[in-house]
Design a protein around this ligand. Structure first.
Ligand code: HXC
Length: 258
């Protein structure tokens, strides 16, 4: 596949996508979001890929949706083209894990894109924010929905209403990011995390992702029931037999993904 706005790399069983519009701090336009969706869905369909990483540059993960591209939109332009809905949610249909590796700015749509990933590893330079209010709009890709679920209502309100940025430390304290690493180690650490996941049983990884995501979509009792059904089904797999046998034999498991 030929891409204009992203760079795609494969590291063993890990597929990495780097957003690549450095001249505009990786501002997210339609073409970039189409390409990102295509690349991630292609990795998802590739049996040799078990985990993915989405990253940006040292200065910016993404400074938001492309303001120049949308400045003249009318309501009908946005509505009829299904702006955001058309291509931004493709990442949510990816069944294998997607890690966001964030350095520098993750603002507006950039913060929302990071939150669409399964977890966020932040460089100590990362800055998160929902500054849409300063542009006379509100977040449109989950800032008012995923942010309060990821952090508290109070902090999410603060971010969406004042447009202030959160540094990596505050983001970790608030639970938005899973860990902070030195900026010059971001790629290495994200790849190590992705490779650790890629060494697990792929169907178990996919089930764990599905079950955690269900926690955000349903009641506790329904979620527990969903988890239990999946949990019971793991005993039908060869990987469960291998994982437990390997533990008892004090050796590393060799998962086959079946
Ligand atoms: C288009 C952008 C951009 C954006 C930066 N640029 N962000 N272009 N869309 N979101 C461009 C600048 O115009 C500039 O181009 C170049 O990138 C470098 O940016 P500077 O502002 O010169 O850099 P700096 O002074 O370091 O400031 C960095 C910054 C600032 C704080 C991140 O660029 C900024 O505030 N950007 C906008 C952030 C924002 O409001 N994001 C939310 C967008 S709305 P030139 O040509 O001058 O060199 C949104 C809505 C989401 O995301 C709705 C659903 C997805």
């Amino acid at each position: 596949m030929q891409f204009e706005n992203i760079l795609v790399e494969i590291h063993g069983k890990v597929g990495l996508v780097a957003l690549n519009r450095p001249e505009v701090l990786n501002a997210l336009n339609d073409r970039l979001m189409d390409e990102l969706g295509q690349a991630l869905l292609a990795f998802d369909a590739d049996d040799d890929i078990h985990c993915m990483i989405v990253t940006g540059s040292d200065k910016a993960f993404a400074a938001g949706a492309d303001i120049a591209a949308m400045a003249d939109y009318s309501y009908m332009d946005a509505y009829k083209s299904n702006f955001i809905g058309r291509n931004w949610e493709q990442i949510r249909s990816v069944r294998k894990p997607v890690i966001a590796a964030v350095a520098g700015y993750a603002l507006g749509g950039g913060c929302e894109l990071a939150m669409m990933c399964d977890f966020i590893i932040a460089a100590d330079t990362a800055k998160f924010g929902q500054p849409e209010i300063k542009l006379g709009i509100i977040p449109g890709a989950g800032g008012t929905q995923r942010l309060p679920r990821a952090i508290s209502k109070s902090k999410a309100m603060d971010m969406c209403l004042t447009a202030r940025m959160m540094d990596a430390q505050e983001a970790e304290r608030a639970g938005l990011v899973s860990r902070i690493v030195p900026a010059d180690k971001l790629r290495e650490e994200a790849l190590a995390a992705a490779q650790a996941i890629a060494a697990m049983s792929l169907p178990m990884v996919m089930m764990a992702k599905e079950a955690v995501n269900r926690a955000y979509e349903t009641t506790l009792s329904e979620g527990m029931q969903f988890e239990r059904r999946l949990f019971h089904s793991t005993f039908a797999t060869e990987d469960q037999k291998e994982g437990m046998k390997a533990f008892l034999e004090k050796r590393l498991p060799a998962f086959k993904g079946i």
